[in-house]
Design a protein around this ligand. Sequence first.
Ligand SMILES: C[S@@+](CC[C@H](N)C(=O)[O-])C[C@H]1O[C@@H](n2cnc3c(N)ncnc32)[C@H](O)[C@@H]1O
Length: 376
Amino acid sequence: MRPELARFLDPKLGLGSDNLQTFHREGDHVDEGLWLSADGRWNPIIRGVPCFLPIALRPDFSEFFRKHGLGVPKQDDAAIKAESEQQAKTNVTFSDKWSKFRNYGLEPGHQEFLFDWYCKKLGLPSIEALKNFYRGKKLILECGPGSGFNTRFMAENGGGTVISVDISEAAFTTFGNTKHLPNCHVIQADLNELPLPDNTFDFVIADGVLHHTPSTRQAVESLYRKVKPGGQFFFYVYRRMGAARYFCDQHIRETFSKLDPEACYKACEGITEMGRELSKLKAQVTLEKPIPILGIPAGTHDVQRLIYYYFVKCFWNDAFDYETNNMVNFDWYHPHLAWQHSEEEVEGWLKDLGVKEYAFHPANPNGISTLVRKPE
Ligand SMILES: C[S@@+](CC[C@H](N)C(=O)[O-])C[C@H]1O[C@@H](n2cnc3c(N)ncnc32)[C@H](O)[C@@H]1O
C-alpha cells in the first residue's frame, strides 16, 4: 500500500499520514502498518494490503497486535449476522482459489480468451477498442478482482488510477500482481461497506462478483452509489438457466458447497473430465425446434456446450490446463452464495435506481452482462 491511497478514500474516515503507523516498508509500499480511522476503527496493513473489513468478517488479528506491542482493540461483540456467516463461508472458496491460481488471466493463452470475452461483455469490437474504453477513465474501481488480471490490464492500458477491492485473500494475489504499477491501489473490504466516497468513479466494474454476496440487488445499489454522475458501471451476474441445469446446479451445490476446498476440487474432477471428453468430440447437433421447458433454443449446438449450458456445468476450454478447468467448475459449485437472476429482475433494479441508459450485451448464455450509465 502506498500512503497516497489516502487521497482516494472517503474523507469522513480521516485517514492520512498523521494516523498511519508504518512498521515495515518494502520499496514505496507500507508492507506492515496500522491506520486508525476517525470512527475509531483499527485497519491493519498486512503483506501490503490495508484491511477495511467489517468486524464480523475480519480474520483473527491478535498475533499482529501482539507482535507490534499494541493492545488488542475492543471489538464490537454484536452477534455476527446470518448474512455475514454466508459471506464468510463464500470467502473461504475465493481465498483458497485465488491463493492457488495466482496466474489466472495473466498467461498469454488465457488473455486472448478472457479479453475477447471482455470485448463481448462490454459490447466492443476489438481489444484496441477495449483499451480505448479504459483510456478515457481517470478513476476506476474494480470490485472482486480475483487474481487481478483485469485490474492490471486497466491500469496498464488505461493510464488512469485503478482502485481494486476484494473481500477475500484474493486481495493479496491482486496486490502481488499489480504492486509494480504506481497507478494501482489494492484494499481488502466488503463492496457493501467500502471506505470510498460516493459519486466518484468514472467506471466501476464487478465481473462475476455481485451474485456471491448476500444480496445481488443490494450489491448493485452499493456500487452504483460510487459511480460519478455521467460515469459507467459494468457488472456480470449469473443468469437463471433452464430447469434441468437449475436442478443440477442446486443438487450438486447442496453437497459440494459443504466440502472443504480440497475435497471439492477432487469431487469436481469427474465433471471436468466429462467436459474435456465431450469437447474432444467436436460434435454438433441441430435442433429444428426449441425446447422452451428446458430453456433450449433451436439451432446448431456444440454438444459439449449444449450439455454445459442446459444440463450440467462441465466447463472445458483448451486455453486452460486441466487444473484451471477444474478450478472453473469448483468456482461454480463450491461458493455458498451464488444467486442466479433474470434480465427482467436486473431491469427492475436499474429502473428503481433511476437508470435511463443501460444495455445487456449477449456475451454468453449463462450470464447477464450489463453496462449502465448513471444520469448526469
Ligand atoms: C468468481 S471471482 C471473480 C474474479 C474476477 N472478477 C474474474 O472474473 O476472474 C469473485 C471475486 O469476488 C470477490 N467477492 C465476493 N464477494 C465480495 C464482496 N462482498 N466484496 C468484495 N469482493 C467480493 C471474491 O473474493 C472473488 O475474488
